[in-house]
Design a protein around this ligand. Structure first.
Ligand code: OXD
Ligand code: MN
Length: 598
């Protein structure tokens, strides 16, 4: 419990509004976790998994209508519409609060209100931010304990005057007397609302992931990006990876990718055998979010504000991500995956061939020929980061780790070479601002359409995206040792539709070139789009059958493709024109000029 007067007053106010049956102040203890998981089992929300196969693990099945983040129900409520910008949903704060107060009124009837103190970032870090989440979902409480520092230690850190962010959450499913509960309560009407000028989060109607675990996307990205602009740092949708060479040099990189581009796999990369034999290692600091701040010497340092993974299960396997498989062996909450007959979990891609019988994510009988996926495509594991075998010993360092390179990437079947380096910081910001992933014919019916996702922050930027680009450009003045900026693309395809690059472990080869560029130990080849590697400098030892010709194909810069690329970027720039920094317009002009001379 706390003596912080503002928090006591807020909990009293919300209790009066939401009318729960009881209030529970969370202490984050093992006993509390055990009691809440037992309660979730008793209610049918959790199925305990076989303790011999998955000790300390549970399976939850959500309502079919509550399976993912709801971007169309996510709002940034600033005083003026232009502060939220053209890429965010907006409503005036007073109007939204009035609407939500009516929703929250009585919403916790028949339930317990949990007060969850959490700290994003190491408890003793100057970069850490404290929040207090009020929720009526015990599933959220136990998940928050994995995803953030949670409990009594956070009250101690706050004292009676510390800064904190109020985060209000209800599944929006009150239980009038005599009403039976359901195993996954939620409400059809969902609101994920941010008031960055308070700052506060109000989330109603969903119990799933980023909608409900408010420390993650809501605080650590949307509110934090607003705070970061005011305080001259960056809150980014980036993994943080350490690369350690055989000579004992350690280099850290931060990398932003839109969803479904293998971010968790890269964060947990296992180097190819030839590298491991030579003494190379990689370590993980974070798999989803990075807070980057210049230190007193002007070096950019990064912390991972989270303490757990909320990773997508399908596609995760011993060959695609052995470290993730080890991390989820115990103490993990699985949501919407399939259940095996012997009490273990399964999802598409976990094994080469599926088991003969499963219970699918909705609790129905499943067999390989039934025509339905067994696990939901967005099914997840929630696991403690410290269980990952490649966790970096410095991952909880309060000062963070020094960042030498920033990497942007997307899923681009064409145009984008395997890797290129920007000419300078402003050019790198332009590359990040225009990044995107190409849609597939299956999803949209249109091949080759690029969905722009600037810095992978489109759904997560808590203010006007043009102002966000200006902030990135201005950060150059605060950083003396500027990280080098790169763009990578693991997904380029040849005319036969086959990938030109093997990806996964072999991405280490690209990372080696990147860190050697940062150290100034390798030359680059100047092209119209930036610096690219020479074949002679690209480590292809042990990469059977990958020839110089293959390298040229995956690295090719094809002017006709780039002309189409520059034209297609115009659509994004037009949409955000009002606040688009002129430097980015000029960068696009410069690229056009280089293209016309080619
Ligand atoms: C995401 C996630 O949606 O990390 O980006 O869950
Ligand atoms: Mn993410």
């Amino acid at each position: 419990m706390t003596n912080h007067p503002e928090i006591l007053a807020w909990v009293e106010e919300i209790t009066a509004l939401c009318t729960p049956d009881a209030v529970h102040w969370c202490d984050g203890s093992d006993a509390e976790y055990a009691a809440l998981t037992s309660l979730l089992v008793a209610r049918g929300t959790f199925i305990p998994l076989n303790p011999e196969k998955r000790p300390g693990c549970f399976l939850a099945r959500s309502a079919p209508s509550d399976v993912a983040r709801v971007e169309d129900r996510t709002f940034i409520c600033t005083k003026r519409r232009n502060e939220a910008g053209p890429t965010n949903n907006w409503m005036p704060p007073a109007e939204m609060k009035a609407r939500l107060r009516a929703k929250f009124a009585g919403s916790m009837q028949g339930r317990t209100l949990y007060v969850v103190p959490f700290c994003m970032g190491p408890l003793d870090s100057p970069l850490a931010l404290v929040g207090v989440e009020i929720t009526d979902s015990p599933y959220v409480v136990v998940s928050m304990r994995t995803m953030a520092h949670m409990g009594a230690r956070v009250w101690n850190k706050l004292g009676t005057t510390g800064r904190w962010l109020p985060c209000l959450h209800s599944v929006g499913h009150p239980l009038p007397p005599g009403t039976p509960d359901v195993s996954w309560p939620c409400n059809e009407d969902k609101y994920i609302v941010h008031f960055p000028q308070d700052p506060a989060v109000w989330s109603f109607g969903s119990g799933y992931g980023g909608n409900a675990l408010l420390g993650k996307k809501c605080v650590a990205l949307r509110l934090a990006s607003w705070i970061a602009r005011e305080e001259a740092w960056l809150a980014e949708h980036m993994l943080i990876l350490g690369i350690h060479d055989p000579d004992g040099n350690s280099t850290y990189v931060a990398a932003a990718f839109p969803s479904a581009c293998g971010k968790t796999n890269l964060a947990m990369l296992v180097p190819p055998e030839s590298y491991r034999k030579a003494g190379w290692r990689t370590t993980l600091v974070g798999d989803d979010i990075a807070w980057l701040r210049p230190d007193s010497e002007g070096r950019l340092r990064a912390i991972n504000p989270e303490t757990g993974f909320f990773g997508v299960a399908p596609g995760t396997s011993p060959s695609s991500n052995a470290n993730a498989i080890a991390a989820i062996a115990r103490n993990t909450i699985f949501t919407n995956v399939a259940l095996t007959d012997d009490g273990d979990v399964w999802w598409e891609g976990l094994t080469d061939s599926p088991p003969a019988h499963l219970t699918d994510w909705q609790g129905k009988d499943w067999s390989p020929d039934c025509g339905r996926p067994a696990a939901h495509a967005n099914s997840r594991f929630t696991a403690p980061a410290e269980q990952c075998p490649s966790i970096d010993p410095a991952w909880q360092n309060p000062e963070g780790v020094p960042i030498s390179a920033i990497i942007f990437g997307g899923r681009r079947p064409g145009t984008m070479p395997l890797v290129y380096q920007s000419f300078n910081w402003a050019h790198g910001v332009y590359i990040g601002s225009t990044m995107g992933s190409e849609t597939t014919a299956a999803a949209t019916g249109a091949i080759g359409q690029v969905r722009r996702d600037p810095m992978a922050m489109l759904p997560f930027c808590g203010y006007d995206v043009g102002e966000y680009f200006s902030h990135w450009l201005e950060m150059r003045r605060h950083i003396r040792h500027l990280p080098r900026i790169f763009h990578v693309n693991w997904f380029r395809k040849g005319p036969d539709g086959k990938f030109l690059w093997p990806g996964f472990s072999d991405n280490m080869r690209v990372l080696e070139w990147i860190i050697r560029r940062c150290r100034g130990t390798v030359a680059g080849h100047e092209t119209i789009i930036g610096w690219t590697p020479h074949w002679e400098d690209f480590n292809h030892e042990g990469l059977e059958g990958f020839t110089r010709d293959d390298f040229n194909k995956v690295m090719a810069v094809i002017p006709a493709e780039w002309r189409a690329e520059v034209l297609s970027q115009g659509e994004l720039f037009l949409k955000i024109y009002d606040s688009l920094p002129k430097e980015l317009v000029y960068q696009r002009e410069l690229l056009s000029a280089r293209l016309s001379l080619d």
